[in-house]
Design a protein around this ligand. Structure first.
Ligand code: NAP
Length: 384
């Protein structure tokens, strides 16, 4: 087991090789798929929607590669489910989450593509399906809604009886664009730093209610989903949790040395303390005391949410020694969150998370990946 957090390119190479190797899960699944070819269920309501099978011969006979020859439904009668790896991706109707689903599905993993909005989630599954990928199902999930989380847990319990991979991707930025064109002309997120905070006035704004919601989704929502799915992850032979973080979670954005030290030192940090820190941030945010108390000044709530997520990642990794729990910064990616600015495509942005989801059993845990490279959780300066 890796314990040191350092850049290790050989690990990345190993992981790539591992994902190319003959995959027993995939082989077992192809057999299972052939058995179940004629049993397609299309069920709406109760939160789950199966992808429609187009005609009777989409699995075989169209010259598709093996990667696309998967079927999307495995009735309980076709046990053992042990041979199937399944993954939940949150906020997967678009952007990086959608692409993570696509790339993991191509690895032969059964994907539960989740989205808070059913029509957006179903449309995303349809899109994958029409590209020939059918081992994807939709389930509703709003990560800040406890009932929605419990419904997902019940669904996985009854259908898969365990969970192998959880990708916590869903997030909001907590900001509004006041003048999007000027923001883009000025360099978009490349100009977002605390030295430039005054120049950003009139381009982006952070209303308190959006900041609070950002923390509720990015930190508390992610924690809620993870806590609820831990028992099912514990039933997997190779459980993985991937928390999509951000370079904005780097502690160098904080200007309070004591707080930085506290959030970094997981020997003393607790989940309760992270909670207190967030509540303290919200109080200061409400009464505009961010500068005074050393909080990040730009994209503040988002930065606090991702710093808290990094700390939680490390606490989880320590608590659950049999689960590989890692944080991944996807890079600066062209998505709605960045208002379609960015320097990486979603295909590139998804790679680090897919790699972390497919880590071998002796891979790192409690680590941070800057895209596909292992990196320290905090640097003196880190570009977004
Ligand atoms: N893009 C970047 O440059 C960048 C950089 C660093 C980190 N990241 C991280 O990468 C991840 C994906 O971001 P993205 O760029 O792909 O953003 P995006 O295109 O805006 O997608 C965000 C997704 O999260 C969903 N979501 C938000 N709140 C949710 C909730 N309460 N329950 C369920 N789903 C919810 C959204 O659903 P709706 O469609 O319903 O709104 C959407 O599907 C995020 O964790 C983000 O912080 C992105």
């Amino acid at each position: 087991m890796f314990t040191n957090i350092h850049t290790d390119q050989s690990l990345c190479a190993n992981v790539r090789m591992n994902s190319m190797a003959p995959n027993p899960f995939r082989l077992a699944q192809v057999v299972l798929n052939i058995k179940t070819q004629q049993q397609v269920n299309v069920k709406k309501g109760g939160g789950v929607v199966q992808v429609k099978k187009k005609g009777g011969d989409d699995v075989k006979g169209e010259g598709k590669s093996e990667k696309n020859r998967f079927f999307n439904f495995h009735p309980n009668s076709y046990e053992p489910m042990d041979n199937i790896r399944c993954a939940v991706v949150t906020g997967a109707n678009k952007g990086i989450g959608f692409e993570i689903c696509r790339q993991l599905a191509l690895e032969g993993i059964e994907i539960i593509l989740t989205a808070r909005n059913e029509s957006r989630g179903v449309a995303a599954v349809d899109k994958l399906n029409s590209s020939g990928i059918s081992n994807v199902i939709y389930h509703q999930l709003d990560i800040i809604d406890s009932k929605s989380v419990q419904n997902l847990v019940k669904f996985i319990e009854s259908r898969f009886k365990k969970l192998d991979i959880l990708v916590n991707n869903a997030a909001e930025s907590g900001i509004v664009y006041v003048d999007i064109n000027k923001f883009k002309e000025g360099g978009a997120y490349m100009q977002v730093n605390d030295d430039n905070v005054d120049n950003l006035t009139g381009l982006i704004e952070e209303p308190y209610d959006l900041g609070e919601r950002c923390l509720n989704i990015n930190y508390y929502g992610t924690k809620r989903v993870t806590d609820a799915l831990i028992p099912l992850l514990q039933l997997s032979k190779s459980p993985r949790v991937v928390n999509i973080s951000s370079a904005y979670g780097d502690l160098h954005w904080f200007h309070n040395e004591e707080l930085k030290h506290e959030l970094h030192d997981i020997e003393i940090l607790t989940e309760e303390r992270i909670d207190e820190v967030i509540q303290c941030f919200l109080r200061d945010f409400k009464v505009t005391k961010l500068r005074e108390n050393g909080w990040p000044l730009t994209c503040s709530a988002y930065k606090v949410s991702k710093a808290a997520l990094n700390a939680y990642t490390r606490l989880m990794a320590r608590k659950f020694q049999n689960i590989l729990v890692n944080a991944v910064h996807p890079g600066y990616v062209v998505t709605d969150m960045t208002s379609q600015t960015g320097i990486l495509t979603v295909e590139e942005g998804a790679q680090g998370s897919v790699m972390a989801a497919l880590l071998p059993d002796d891979g790192p845990s409690g680590a941070y990946f800057d895209k596909t490279k292992l990196a320290p959780f905090t640097l003196a300066e880190r570009p977004i």
